[in-house]
Design a binder for this molecule. Sequence first.
Ligand code: MSP
Length: 507
Amino acid sequence: MKKNRAVYLTTPIYYVNDRPHLGHLYTTLAADILARFYRALGKKVFFATGTDEHGQKVAQAAKNADVSPQAYVDTMAQAFVEMMDQAGIAYDDFIRTTQPRHKRAAQALWSSLQKNGHIYLSSYAGWYAVRDEAFYEENELREEGGEKFAPTGAPVHWVEEPCYFFRLSAFQEPLLAYYRDHPDAIGPESRLNEILSFIKGGLQDLAISRSKLTWGIPVPGDDTHVMYVWLDALTNYLTVLGYPDKTTAMETFWPVCTHLMGKDILRFHAVYWPAFLMGAGISAPPRIFAHGWWTREGQKMSKSLGNVLVPQDLIREYGLDPIRYGLFRNVRFGHDTDFSEQNFVSQVERDLVNGLGNLSQRVLSFVQKNTNSQIQPLPEDQDLGEWGVTLLDELESCMDKQDFYGYLEHVFQAIAKANAFMEHLAPWRLIKKGEGGRQKMEQGLSVLVHFLRDVALLLSPFMPDMAKKLLGQMGLSQENSFEALGACLGHHTIGQPLHLFSKRAPS
Ligand code: MSP
């Protein structure tokens, strides 16, 4: 099968009603890791992220802060840009839904749905949760202390207003047919069943405008309404590709799109979004992956509990690379998990300090001290010396399934093997065994240096700083292309070995 040369990766665009937290960092890092992996593989990558700036939730936050919505979103969007810079996120586009290009795209999508007969004017009387920016049916709610709550725990209030509706009910069969033909369109697999049973349960038409709100994109031809914030926000995935113009970016990247998000917003992406697209005559996204939730020492993270993990604090405390690694090594992407400081620290210590750090330190300082920093060409028929190339297909299929955990498992199993190889080689003994011993030692060390070079490359999507440092220590160019995997370095001089990771001082 011929593989696609292009990849389009998206994160959700984040609400700016609050500062970035671990949940935002998590989805963004996942996309960044994939983007770096596919770039190293030589693919053409487009990676977009950004901020969701309209809607009632943001308007309320601005009101509470006593500033205009525009001033508010300008300040808050900046906090997301900074968080991404600090986390080493190499995005290709950062979209803000208050940008003119986005207004144009969202209005064009609306007009296209209207032209195709999928929109009608009526009125809405029902429940709305500002926190989720979602409409709920009476039978979905639970009551507590005289108040009603959505299944997500968000409080709801009664809304009655004229509204435009989207004929979502007409898309029940097309959506079922689409997922029947494209079972890989939703990951992980368990989520596909969840979405299928939601669709089979019956789809109601969806309110897609608000007339009692002004902070939004005006409905084309009727500026007494603004567009429902989810229709506005989802369109961002097209805006960044230049929609509604027929751009090369649209042509290249839309058919290879992967949307990443948390499981809480899967329904918007896997039901409403493909229906909007089908309604506008645009193909549905080929891949949507919903990851799990992080809790904190067993509890849900929330502002009121004061246990929200802030990306900047985490990076300061543990270092960027250990965070980029640890968040994807702790649990399979797709499952929920708890952020336990103790588990996190012991994992980083075991894998990075004692596993990888120790191996590179032992190998490189031995080479420096005993072979005058010289290594020999890679001997032939060495599994360990060529493992990176051998494994690459397998690793690519992990990434195609958003299986970060599986990817890291493969690489760290190889690191354990290399540590065992070093033990078995025992160069400190060989060096005392005359010319024959010395030759065996030099060959073994060459295998290990080549191995480390491949480790640096293969882990570079997760830990770009570590990769740079390790390649630098080996006196190698710090480019991250996988083209270099398995290539023999010839007679090569290594650089100065340094510790890759430091043990965290007990606090
Ligand atoms: N603005 C919408 C998305 C619109 S996309 C067209 C939104 N924004 S959000 O800021 O509330 O959330 C963004 C992402 O953060 C979601 O993917 C959500 O699942 C994720 N997380 C928020 N809290 C989380 C955890 N505690 N753990 C993991 N991710 C979670 O929804």
